[in-house]
Design a protein around this ligand. Sequence first.
Ligand SMILES: Nc1nc2c(c(=O)[nH]1)N[C@H]1C(S)=C(S)[C@@H](COP(=O)(O)OP(=O)(O)OC[C@H]3O[C@@H](n4cnc5c(=O)[nH]c(N)nc54)[C@H](O)[C@@H]3O)O[C@H]1N2
Ligand SMILES: Nc1nc2c(c(=O)[nH]1)N[C@H]1C(S)=C(S)[C@@H](COP(=O)(O)OP(=O)(O)OC[C@H]3O[C@@H](n4cnc5c(=O)[nH]c(N)nc54)[C@H](O)[C@@H]3O)O[C@H]1N2
Ligand code: SF4
Ligand SMILES: [Mo]
Length: 680
Amino acid sequence: MARVLTTCIYCGCGCGLYLETEDGMVVGSYPSRNHPVSKGALCVKGWNAYEFVNMLDRLNAPLIKSNGGFKEVGWDKALDVVSKRLLEIKEKYGPDALGFLSSAKTTNEENFLMMKLARAVFKTNNVDHCARLCHAPTVVGLAATFGSGAMTNTISEFEDADLFLVTGSDTTEQHPLIGSRIINAVNDRGARLIVVDPRKIELAKYATIYMAQDNGTDVAWINGMMNVIIKEGLYAQKYIEERTENFEELKRAVEQYTPEYVQKITKIPCNLLIQAARLYAKTKKAMIVYSMGITQHTTGVDNVKSLANLAMLTAHVGFASTGVNPLRGQNNVQGACDIGALPDVFSGYQKVTDDAVRAKFERKWEVENLPAKPGLTVTEIFKKAREGKLKGLYIMGENPVISDPDANHVRQALEKLEFFVIQEIFLSDTAQYADVILPAASFAEKDGTFTNTERRVERIRKAIEPVGEAKADWEILSEIARRCGYKGMDYSDPSQIMDEIVQLTPIYGGMNYERLDPFGLQWPCPSKDHPGTVYLHKDKFAKGKGTFMPCVYVAADELPDDEYNFVLSTGRVYWHWHTGTMTRRTSTLNREVPTGFVEINPKDAEKLNIKKGSRVKIASRRGEIETKALVTEKVKEGSVFVPFHFSEAAANVLTNPAVDPVAKIPEYKVCAVKIEKVTS
Ligand SMILES: Nc1nc2c(c(=O)[nH]1)N[C@H]1C(S)=C(S)[C@@H](COP(=O)(O)OP(=O)(O)OC[C@H]3O[C@@H](n4cnc5c(=O)[nH]c(N)nc54)[C@H](O)[C@@H]3O)O[C@H]1N2
Ligand SMILES: Nc1nc2c(c(=O)[nH]1)N[C@H]1C(S)=C(S)[C@@H](COP(=O)(O)OP(=O)(O)OC[C@H]3O[C@@H](n4cnc5c(=O)[nH]c(N)nc54)[C@H](O)[C@@H]3O)O[C@H]1N2
Ligand code: SF4
Ligand SMILES: [Mo]
């Protein structure tokens, strides 16, 4: 047996693991003892990260749609069809009739080539990826307030923090190696924990203060905490004067958010809110930890800005073990954003609207007229496709039929396309709609880098050859560019792509594969002698002065009424990954949670005569699903929770596609549904 050190394919913790190989197969995975995040541990997904790689139903040859099914063709033919059809659409309808969805499951190098293909070869900025559905509000909200939309601290700094304010993050289930650090801090060192989450998540059991707000009311309670802190004089006057701007406006804006007013909106008792505000303001090393419960709202950007305001008000940014920590979800969603798989920026968040930036990329890429207008987001791409305005779509490693909101509309959009190509490792629900399917190598079969949630750029290393005829995503993208007549995308190795990234991207400026061995570097790392950055905004904010951006509470887009009388919230479970393509093929994981369910409060269940395991129908204004009930105190009365992993009970048939006006993220965390027991 041989073993190769690599990085876990699942979550943004970015654990280091060894893949064990035998006879050209991966047969096991186990943790790296010395890795700064894993430190000898993995969660159950990491321990089983090898199993899907060997599945017999991996895509192993290019496929072309034929007579309602698919037929195998050689690479030559498939690549010819793809490049020809995409060029035809560009010629006939113009570049912006094409859309490109990149992938936070793939490497930085692959994301770089996807955005280069879209911009340099097809001349469109219509390139985006699942960050839109995830931390887009973080990228916008923290950039506006702090100047950088990333986690301010490092995971190891959790070990010295004295307080955690966790909101909208089911940390023990979704970022287990961070969750366990929080629990250890509480149990071993007496660190305090404030949990603000409508669902009684595991961490609530360890909390000093647990507050169960109504879904979608975050701006109100965060403003309320600031109201108390200002009223009681607990704010950091000197820090505010020296390091921030716009304080007077914030002060005025939060004046009306008295604990009594906030209680009416959120249902959080006044005394809990006051205690939480005092505890947070008075503890020096206090980490805010948040994730999708904050971002997946029509007010996602305001929610993020409000947390940033709270942290600046109390001098909780710019020092070790205190800060604002958005936990990034996918293994490489931080990287896919850093590298510019977004419609408005090149790599390193350099704006497409900036003439000097475009000129720099044009020189390096040897092209002219890079598009200057920001492109379409994921949600807009599907809308335009449904309207017949977007004609061609290229997806690498995403499964929007299960993961995008309002699934029925997504299917209609895909059906309407003139040409749709997908790069996948499995025949996903989305791939079923494709004209051409290109088989991709998995993380175990290629080299590259992922950037984890703490901005750590880490190597992944090839353990085995790709299955069948599959090719690494970077190789496929290079081939397409070549066939479209562009000569600037020939690489023999991903390290050459990284060298190009480094030249064009100041925050990655000091990196190369040698320096990234063995456990990576954290950006900003601007020069070859720079050690990387552990925490951000030391001495001054990335944008100079931090800016308070006061927000007003606005209710969620769709609230319960007499007919649709429950609030539906959606999310994940520990055992499964998103659309299930990988975890539902992993026996240990699938055995634990083999199918979908809905969590419902015992009081509601009683009223509807629903028992544990009863079949129930859940309907929203957009569609309906049937699934089994799980009766639990975890959800509040009047609320239900459905995980979105399961195509047979797909949460996204129900969800509301209404988006945040700036970040364009859909409101996955709140919509109105009705529920009835199915009597057969
Ligand atoms: N096992 C597993 N781990 C994963 C993933 C996975 O699919 N499976 N996915 C990864 C990805 S891409 C991501 S983005 C992360 C997501 O990680 P999380 O954000 O932790 O996961 P979610 O289940 O989406 O929801 C988070 C929490 O938000 C709460 N919430 C719901 N509504 C509100 C609200 O209005 N306000 C607040 N404050 N909270 C609310 C929910 O009750 C839930 O506890 O997980 C990553 N890790
Ligand atoms: N209702 C609801 N919906 C949600 C959310 C929610 O909380 N509620 N959360 C949203 C969030 S935060 C996210 S991040 C999205 C995730 O949405 P998606 O990104 O669409 O979900 P995944 O299942 O991770 O899809 C990744 C795909 O890449 C494939 N893949 C894996 N490795 C490779 C590779 O190396 N190369 C290629 N080419 N393909 C590969 C996998 O088989 C899989 O089909 O879902 C969003 N949808
Ligand atoms: S915590 Fe995340 S990165 Fe670590 S093993 Fe689990 S899924 Fe993989
Ligand atoms: Mo995500």
